[in-house]
Unconditional design. Structure first.
Length: 670
């Protein structure tokens, strides 16, 4: 057996490429749309280094779990502790109670090495609220730490076997993980993205190369010229992934073969020209030494800046933060990483100390959760805005993967003789429920809420979601179930149809033929076919239909964040620095809105006239000729760029569209 244990400067240079790709992607994604593959480069490097260490030590009889995990703890935990504590302190100064409470859970999950599970359940990395999550970057640490827990045991199981059996075992596990990754990238993409079983093959690929070198010796590597070609091919594969991939690329799956294969090729080409000249160069090696701290620090700094901006900070601001975070990373490396990594302390003492540290910091994180984010540190306005956020999501909306209705007394009350109003649609319909409950009760109705995420109330057409591959079929099943249930309900009087109509142009649609999802159609066709068909289905059954024109779409402006940016003092200071156009007040100029809602509102209004339905013009209730109201006395009427808050929903006037039921003549309003 030959040992291959010497320090490799080119691997630190490869780390520099990985971390720079990730940081640039997070700062200004258009510059490097596939920069997220830097994480995959890290995975391969980790597998190579750890696989080689474990196999070599098992072979010479020096492997011990305590020693191995003590080294891992000294490498990973000190900088992580400092980052998490710093993030919690910053959160106390900058975040609302709800935001801080959520971050406290993320901090505890990161300390326990399970944050990838936390973010998997959140189902979001590339869009939505993900850029605002200060500790999102810890998901990859969770994957690596779980690999460290399992991989030594695998090698110990085959320690008495031949090198061939050992490599065949690792190769089999790696191949099975790759197959699972390919399958789940299509069927459960967020599980494939975040979880170890679908990422283990990336570390396994690196480990397999390391074991081969340990068992067979470096002299089995190809000659210098072939290493030159291998290194060039590996670099080309990574560069192609960096520029050809983007947020819409199904990942990891087949696509990850490119950066993973490229990284394996570069590591194998140790003496190739690319490694010697580029990756072993002093500038890249210097950045590579800082890569772990830079990876840890850049994201929280960017996330706090994004939280303190109504829209999104410009590229100049984000790239400046990226550069500043590199400076912070140097301080972290110099005074934290180096100090603890090489400390002359026994493995047992190291594990006890870090175990105590983990317990302490996890307890402090959970204390913030138990304290509900410490709302007492906030002004009354900020606290009220936070309450609006907590009420942002109604509890009757069915999420992705669910096709049944919520037929309980809260969402679909059965008791009593009162006629029924059913509000049907997506999350925008769900936000109407808060206000409609009161209107219904005051005017002699029961309210039924029939809503599903990203499922427009269309008949014969269904919505597709790129990262929810079964959503088209599930939305169809949900709407079939909903319409059938509503139409057989004799007490049903009024059906309110609502949706995120301005977002139609951003969606993908399929025709539904004989209850089967069929070919794609464009958004205009989907709306033209699906909405009149749904209206007519209820009208033929004698039901009154009300169409709801959507709320004003604020584009990139986020009313809830704006409320916090104005009401939290430290955040207000940061807001003035990072926001492209800071302002105060309860109204926003029309020119800052997404004016796609103008066309959709006109279409819905015209359709209401043509189909003889009622019509509620929500946008007209918030907007005049110059501006739109986004808050009342600093408290947001919207929780994001397009969803009503509790206050916004309660403020809607339904009196013209919704007459009082015969059982209750009380005038609508108030």
């Amino acid at each position: 057996m030959t040992a291959q244990a010497g320090y490799r400067a080119d691997i630190d240079g490869l780390r520099a490429l990985a971390v720079a790709a990730v940081v640039i992607f997070h700062a200004a994604g258009w510059l490097l749309p596939g920069g997220y593959v830097g994480v995959d480069i890290f995975f391969v490097i980790s597998g190579f280094l750890i696989g080689g260490i474990i196999d070599r030590e098992i072979g010479n009889g020096s492997f011990g779990f305590a020693r191995f995990y003590a080294r891992r703890a000294r490498r990973i935990l000190p900088a992580l502790f400092v980052v998490i504590v710093s993030a919690c302190v910053a959160g106390l100064l900058l975040l609302s109670a709800r935001e801080l409470r959520e971050m406290s859970v993320e901090a505890a999950a990161a300390l326990l090495g399970i944050s990838n599970f936390k973010f998997w359940l959140r189902n979001d990395y590339f869009a939505g609220a993900a850029p605002l999550v200060p500790l999102l970057m810890t998901w990859s640490l969770g994957v690596e730490e779980q690999f460290y827990m399992l991989f030594p045991g695998l090698l110990l199981l085959v320690r008495r076997r031949s090198a061939r059996i050992k490599m065949l075992t690792v190769a089999t596990v790696t191949l099975l993980s790759l197959i699972l990754s390919i399958v789940l990238t299509r069927t459960a993409p967020w599980a494939a993205f975040y979880l170890l079983p679908t990422r283990a093959w990336e570390m396994g690929a690196g480990a397999l190369l390391a074991i081969w070198l340990v068992e067979k010796g470096e002299d089995r590597l190809p000659g210098p010229r072939l290493q030159d070609l291998t290194g060039l091919a590996g670099l080309a594969a990574i560069v192609i992934a960096l520029f050809a991939f983007d947020e819409k690329t199904p990942f990891p799956g087949f696509a990850a073969l490119l950066p993973v294969g490229g990284t394996v090729a570069l590591i194998a080409a140790r003496h190739g020209v690319v490694n010697r000249v580029l990756f072993a160069s002093r500038p890249l090696v210097a950045i590579g030494l800082l890569s772990y701290s830079w990876y840890l620090w850049h994201w929280p700094m960017m996330a706090f800046a994004r939280n303190a901006s109504d829209t999104a900070p410009g590229d100049r601001v984000m790239l400046t933060i990226a550069a500043l975070s590199l400076g912070v990373a140097w301080l972290s490396w110099r005074f934290v990483e180096r100090r603890f990594r090489y400390a002359a302390v026994s493995s047992t003492v190291t594990l006890r100390r870090f175990g105590a540290g983990l317990s302490l910091f996890a307890a402090l994180s959970l204390a913030l959760f138990v304290a509900k984010g410490v709302p007492g540190r906030l002004s009354p306005t900020a606290q009220q805005a936070d309450r609006m956020a907590k009420l942002a999501s109604g509890d009757c909306q069915q999420s992705f993967g669910i096709v049944s209705l919520r037929e309980d007394e809260h969402c679909m009350p059965k008791k009593g003789p009162a006629p029924i109003i059913a509000v049907m649609g997506d999350s925008h319909a769900n936000a109407l429920g808060f206000g409609l409950r009161g209107v219904a009760a005051r005017n002699g109705y029961r309210l039924w809420e029939v809503q599903k995420s990203a499922c427009f109330p269309l008949l014969g057409v269904t919505t597709a979601q790129e990262r929810q591959p079964f959503h088209s079929r599930q939305c169809t099943q949900f709407l079939d179930t909903a319409t059938t249930r509503l139409l057989r309900e004799p007490s049903l009087s009024v059906v309110v149809l609502a949706g995120a109509w301005p977002a139609v142009d951003d969606q993908r649609f399929n025709l539904v033929e004989n209850h089967q999802v069929g070919r794609h159609v464009d958004a205009a066709t989907a709306l033209r076919i699906g909405l009149p068909a749904m209206i007519e289905r209820f009208q033929r059954a004698g039901k009154r239909v009300i169409l709801v024109g959507d709320v004003p779409s604020f584009g990139h402006f986020h009313p809830l964040r704006h409320a916090f940016n104005v009401a939290i003092p430290a955040r207000s200071l940061l807001y003035d620095i990072v926001d492209p156009a800071p302002f105060s007040g309860d109204r926003i100029a029309l020119d800052r809105l997404d004016h796609r809602f103008d066309a959709s509102r006109a279409y819905i209004r015209a359709l209401a006239v043509r189909q003889k339905t009622g019509f509620v013009d929500i946008a007209a209730q918030f907007c005049d000729a110059q501006s739109c109201q986004h808050a009342r006395n600093g408290v947001p009427m919207f929780v994001d760029v397009s969803h009503l808050s509790f206050m916004g929903s309660m403020a809607l006037d339904w009196s013209e569209a919704l007459p009082a039921a015969a059982t209750n003549k009380e005038k609508i309003g108030g």
